[in-house]
Design a protein around this ligand. Structure first.
Ligand SMILES: [Zn+2]
Length: 301
């Protein structure tokens, strides 16, 4: 009986909070019914008189409170994790759906007309969903206009739309050049004017490729550091967290760009890669946190 008492008294704090398994609860209940000493202890725990609480009792309570706090933390982290994963899916969908698919030049893509007032109109085939015009300075101080056209992946090019067009008016049309920009590594097509000397190619930005190489480099360096600090658990955990950064960046890159590294919309792509990578990183840290709490919780009970 004595032995049962010490077991029951150890269990009482958990029993009072309703944090024991069903069979354990039944065992404690049965014991309390037949043991006035433990019953008294139970009453004391059930309605703790704040004024009578000694520091020793408060101390005994601490592990329980810590455990409850961890249980709440686990729930909060799990909820956050679900939110982060949702955000990753939404942002990835947005990134993939808002990719510009540039339309290569064909004879029937557009029509250039000189209007009576001297301005130039460019009217596109009705299948073209979006166009953009921008002016760049030429070599002799003249203005060179460039036009590009694209569709989003979800916009079928067989659909007939209201035709896209633009009107370019320049002070001195005698020097005006208009190019159609293909954005596929091929030469820009001169659609009006004399053109600049030699053909021009609008080049994709390489910068995302460099960042990718940088991420792989950081990963390799941290991998070496990880091997060095392998035997120190604390340092190891921090290095693993560091290692996750380039991994998440590369994952973000793959989601936004696929295996491609050349980009005609580098700024937009980079912002999306960083945003998705950051979310993935938060997700990874949360997974780690939930897993650690889960393990502590299950070894504690
Ligand atoms: Zn007892």
């Amino acid at each position: 009986m004595k032995q049962d008492c010490s077991v029951v008294r150890d269990l009482l704090p958990l029993y009072v909070e309703g944090m024991v398994r069903e069979e354990t609860g039944a065992f404690v209940k049965e014991h309390l019914a037949g043991c006035p000493g433990c019953q008294k202890e139970y009453e004391k725990l059930k309605e703790p008189a704040v004024l009578e609480m000694t520091t020793a009792e408060a101390y005994n309570d601490a592990p329980l409170r810590r455990m409850k706090r961890k249980l709440v933390a686990k729930r909060v982290q799990t909820a956050l994790l679900a939110g982060v994963l949702m955000a990753v899916v939404l942002l990835s969908t947005f990134a993939i759906c808002s990719t510009h698919q540039y339309i290569p030049y064909t004879q029937d893509l557009l029509e250039v007309t000189e209007l009576d007032d001297g301005s130039i109109s460019v009217i596109f085939d009705p299948r073209v969903p979006h166009i953009e015009v921008f002016a760049t300075p030429g070599e002799q101080g003249e203005v060179v206009y460039r036009i590009q056209a694209w569709a989003y992946p979800w916009e079928g090019q067989e659909v007939q739309r209201e035709a896209q067009f633009c009107v370019i008016s320049d002070m001195d049309t005698s020097q005006l050049s208009i190019y159609y920009v293909q954005n596929n590594g091929q030469e820009d097509v001169l659609i009006y004017g004399e053109g600049t000397d030699g053909g021009t190619v609008t080049l994709p930005r390489l910068v995302l490729g460099y960042y990718l190489i940088l991420a792989v480099g950081v990963f390799l360096v941290l991998l070496v550091v990880l091997l060095v600090v392998w035997k120190q658990p604390r340092a190891r955990r921090w290095v693993v967290r560091g290692l996750l950064l380039p991994v998440c960046y590369v994952a973000g890159h793959l989601i936004v760009m696929g295996p491609a590294t050349l980009s005609y919309t580098a700024t937009r792509d980079f912002i999306l890669i960083v945003a998705i990578g950051t979310l993935l990183y938060c997700g990874a840290l949360l997974v780690e946190g939930v897993y650690r709490l889960w393990r502590e919780w299950h070894t504690a009970t």
